[in-house]
Design a protein around this ligand. Structure first.
Ligand SMILES: [Zn+2]
Length: 327
């Protein structure tokens, strides 16, 4: 017998747009930006074709251009002049991110500025906080690093950041940063926690972009094993309980099952389409192996479909232009 339900009936050219479940919007997107204190002109990032490090003098114009295209939020990463084992330049009121926030907020006050709160771009050893001896050798020390994150986050808030985003995967960092912010009168500043961050090989190109490679070991003792979904869910659940305003799953595309699960927690969720995801699509498109625009839009739509309220993507500016063309 012929099937009663003909699925193709709903896929005709006229009907299909009416029944679309998920539509990507510019408001879903956050653009990551690298600001480098050591340069005076934009510097291309080899491992991420089309992406740049920007000098402080140019960062506000770049942010304004994104805002004009309809991107409403940026996520800032800083590359400082000085690095030391204690990451002192990370909480310097005159530091690179602090100055960048001031400049952007002065020029584009309505653009939401999110700052990455971590130490790995500022430590000489490249790890995400204070390093010392543990029972299993030299490693990132959890509790001594919390005070450092508090200092970094409050200094970003003081410069005008709307959202601070601890990315270090330290236990207790959300509660710690929340109380530090509140104690200084920054109750209105949100926390977007990198709550479920996997120890991923897809971060490779970012290390060139942010100059944050490490001098020993790796980050597998504080980031999640890619094989573990129960642990991944628990990490976000704990950060939700500590008061995170926005959770995050990172990377995005290979972790959609985890994203869908974290989205059930009832708190907004961001997904970070990371540098390796960007460079794979870009690289294949440059060689003519895939249709770049179609692949980018598909990848982002699927991330939204899995449950992301926000998508952090290096394609943000470009996608804004494409979405305008379609309307
Ligand atoms: Zn880090």
């Amino acid at each position: 017998m012929f099937p009663e339900r003909r699925m193709r009936r709903s896929r005709s050219r006229n009907i299909q747009p009416l029944l679309r479940e998920v539509t990507l919007q510019k408001n879903d997107l956050v653009a990551p930006l690298f600001v480098d204190e050591n340069i005076s002109a934009a510097l291309p990032i080899d491992a991420m074709p089309g992406q740049f490090r920007y000098p402080l003098s140019g960062i506000a114009a770049v942010a304004e251009d994104l805002y004009r295209r309809g991107i409403n939020a940026v996520l800032l990463f800083g590359i400082p002049k000085e690095k030391d084992p204690e990451a002192t330049s990370a909480y310097d009121p005159e530091g690179v991110v602090q100055q960048a926030v001031l400049r952007i907020k002065a020029q584009v006050p309505r653009l939401v500025v999110i700052t990455d709160v971590c130490a790995c771009e500022y430590t000489s050893h490249g790890h995400c906080g204070i390093v010392g001896e543990t029972r299993s050798g030299t490693d990132l020390l959890n509790d001594p690093s919390l005070a450092l994150m508090n200092r970094i986050a409050t200094s970003h808030a003081a410069s005008g950041a709307d959202i601070v985003a601890p990315s270090c995967m330290l236990d207790g960092v959300v509660a710690s940063v929340r109380s530090a912010l509140d104690a200084k009168g920054y109750e209105e500043v949100l926390i977007m926690s990198y709550s479920t961050k996997f120890s991923s090989s897809f971060y490779g190109p970012f290390r060139e972009a942010a100059d944050s490679g490490f001098s020993f070991g790796d980050r597998s003792t504080y980031q999640i094993d890619p094989g573990n979904s129960r642990e991944a869910f628990l990490e976000s659940q704990l950060d939700a309980a500590e008061g995170a305003d926005i959770l995050m799953v990172k990377p995005a595309g290979f972790y959609l099952d985890v994203l869908a699960e974290v989205a059930t927690l009832g708190i907004p969720v961001a997904a970070y389409q990371v540098s390796g995801e960007y460079s794979m699509i870009r690289g294949a498109a440059e060689r003519g192996w895939i249709d770049g625009k179609a692949a980018v839009l598909e990848s982002l739509t699927c991330i939204k479909r899995a449950g992301a309220d926000l998508i952090i993507t290096y394609f943000a500016g470009e996608v804004a232009g494409w979405l305008d063309e379609e309307q």
